[in-house]
Design a protein around this ligand. Structure first.
Ligand SMILES: NC(=O)c1ccc[n+]([C@@H]2O[C@H](COP(=O)([O-])OP(=O)(O)OC[C@H]3O[C@@H](n4cnc5c(N)ncnc54)[C@H](OP(=O)(O)O)[C@@H]3O)[C@@H](O)[C@H]2O)c1
Length: 400
C-alpha cells in the first residue's frame, strides 16, 4: 500500500487527485491533503493538514512534522499580477516546501514527486504555438518572452532529484482545465455556466463571447478527473520516471461543436448571427511574439509568422460589471437559492483569455500513449459533468 502527500488539495486539479486516491483505501493507505483552507470532507484514508507555502521552510517543517509519504503531488498555485511575481512566488513555494521535507526527514521516504504545471510551457498565453505541441519542443527561455514560472519550478525539482538520487520526478502539462472548484484562480466552467444562466435570465439567445476566429479552430482540454488518474499512473509507472507529459483528454474539440450543445444544455439557442455587427463590449489585444516564431526558420516558416490576436466579441470582464447583468444574476440567485458571490468570484479574465485566442491549440498525447497510458475523456461529457457538480453546489441553477 502506498502513501501520498498532495499540495493544493482544494484546487481544481489537486482536489481531484485527493479524491482519486481517497476512493482507493486498499491501494492508498494514507493521503496527506495540504492547503490553507479545508473545503471538502475527507474519506477515511485522507488526512487534511494546514500549510502556508509562502512561509519559510523552517515554519513549514513544524506543520509537516507528522507528514510522510512516498509520492508527492504538487498542485499548489498562487496567481499574482505579473509573470515575474508568479515566477518568484510559485518557485519559492515549491523550493521552500522541498527544503521543509529535508528538515523533517520526510525526504527519506519519498520515491517520486509529480509537479503539475500546464500548457503555458509552450507559451499558449503568448500567441500561436507550433502545432501539435510536443514535450520535446524548445523552452521559451530567452529575453523575447516573459519569465515562465513553470521553467523555474521544473529546474528546482530536477535539482532536488539530482541531489536525492532515490527520488524521481514527473511533470504534467494540462490545458484549459474542465473541473470543479470554488474560489480558485482559473475556472473555465463556472464562468461559462454563469454567463449562460444569466443570458437566459435576460431572455437572450446565447452569444459566444470569445473570438469568432477561435470558434472554428481547435483546442485541447483537460478533464481534472482524467488528470488525477494520469497523475496516479505517472507516479506508479516505472517508465514515467524523470519525464514531462502533456495531459489532455484525447479528443480535439472546437466551440463550433460544443457551443450549440451548451445552449441546448441551458434550454437556449445560439444567436444565429452571433458574429455579425458591432459589439460595444468587444476587446482586442495583439500578442507580438508568438512562440511559433522561435522555430520559424527551422520549420520553413520564416517571414510567415504574424503577431497573434486575443479578441473578445463580449469581454466578460466588462459584461460582468454591467448593472443589467448584476441585477439579473441577483434575481436568479435569490429565486434559485444560489451562491450570490459566484458572479463576482468567477474568473472572467481567464475565461476571456481561453475563449479569445485566435489560434489552434493541438496537444499531442503520443508520448504517454507510447508508454502505455490509455486514459481518455470526452470533452463534452467532462463539461456536462462539471455543470452538474456546479448545480449541486448551488453555483448554477438546476437545468430542468
Ligand atoms: N485551472 C486551469 O485551467 C489550469 C490549466 C492549465 C494549467 N494549470 C496549472 O495547474 C497548476 C495548479 O493550478 P490550479 O488551477 O489547480 O490551482 P487552483 O485551482 O487555483 O488551486 C490552487 C491550490 O493551491 C493552494 N494554495 C494557494 N496558495 C497556497 C499557500 N500559500 N499555501 C498552501 N496552499 C496554497 C490552494 O489552497 P488554499 O487556497 O486553500 O491554500 C489550492 O488548493 C498551476 O500550475 C496552474 O498554472 C491550471
Amino acid at each position: 500500500m502506498a502513501t501520498a502527500i498532495v499540495l493544493g488539495a482544494t484546487g481544481i486539479l489537486g482536489r481531484e487527485i485527493v479524491k482519486e486516491l481517497g476512493r482507493k483505501p486498499d491501494q492508498w493507505k494514507t493521503v496527506h491533503a495540504l492547503s490553507r483552507s479545508k473545503k471538502d470532507e475527507c474519506p477515511s484514508n485522507v488526512v487534511h493538514h494546514h500549510i502556508d507555502l509562502t512561509t519559510s521552510a523552517e515554519e513549514m517543517a513544524k506543520e509537516l512534522k507528522d507528514v510522510r509519504g512516498e509520492y508527492v503531488f504538487f498542485a499548489a498555485y498562487l496567481q499574482k499580477d505579473t509573470e515575474q511575481e508568479n515566477w518568484n512566488v510559485n518557485g519559492d513555494m515549491l523550493e521552500s516546501f522541498l527544503k521543509a521535507l529535508e528538515i523533517t526527514g520526510a525526504v527519506r521516504s519519498i520515491k517520486r514527486v509529480i509537479l503539475v504545471t500546464g500548457a503555458k510551457q509552450y507559451g499558449v498565453h503568448l500567441g500561436q504555438p507550433k502545432n501539435p505541441q510536443l514535450e520535446s519542443d524548445p523552452w521559451l527561455r530567452d529575453a523575447r518572452w516573459p519569465p515562465n514560472f513553470y521553467y523555474r519550478q521544473q529546474d528546482i525539482l530536477k535539482d532536488f532529484c539530482a541531489k536525492h538520487t532515490n527520488i524521481s520526478w514527473v511533470v504534467t502539462y494540462p490545458n484549459d482545465v474542465i473541473g470543479f472548484a470554488t474560489g480558485n484562480f482559473m475556472n473555465l466552467v463556472s464562468g461559462l455556466g454563469i454567463y449562460a444562466a444569466v443570458s437566459k435570465e435576460m431572455g437572450r439567445d446565447l452569444i459566444f463571447p470569445g473570438s469568432d476566429t477561435f470558434y472554428t479552430k481547435f483546442d485541447s482540454f483537460t478533464c481534472s478527473k482524467l488528470h488525477a488518474r494520469f497523475c496516479e499512473w505517472a507516479a506508479l509507472e516505472p517508465k514515467a520516471a524523470n519525464q514531462a507529459f502533456n495531459v489532455v483528454n484525447g479528443d480535439v474539440q472546437s466551440w463550433q461543436d460544443m457551443w450549440p450543445r451548451v445552449a441546448q444544455r441551458f434550454g437556449m439557442k445560439v444567436k444565429a448571427d452571433q458574429f455579425l455587427g458591432e459589439s460595444e463590449l468587444a476587446e482586442r489585444t495583439t500578442l507580438d511574439t508568438p512562440p511559433l516564431s522561435l522555430v520559424a526558420s527551422e520549420i520553413g516558416l520564416e517571414g510567415k509568422v504574424l503577431p497573434s490576436r486575443l479578441e473578445q466579441r463580449i469581454s466578460l470582464v466588462k459584461w460582468s460589471q454591467m448593472d443589467e447583468v448584476k441585477q439579473s444574476w441577483n434575481r436568479l440567485a435569490e429565486r434559485e437559492g444560489l451562491q450570490k458571490e459566484a458572479l463576482e468570484k468567477a474568473t472572467w479574465a481567464f475565461v476571456d483569455f481561453v475563449l479569445g485566442r485566435s489560434f489552434d491549440i493541438v496537444i499531442s498525447m503520443s508520448k504517454a500513449r507510447e508508454m502505455g497510458w490509455t486514459g481518455y475523456y470526452d470533452t463534452w461529457r467532462a463539461l456536462t459533468d462539471v455543470f452538474g457538480e456546479l448545480e449541486a453546489a448551488k453555483v448554477l441553477p438546476k437545468s430542468q
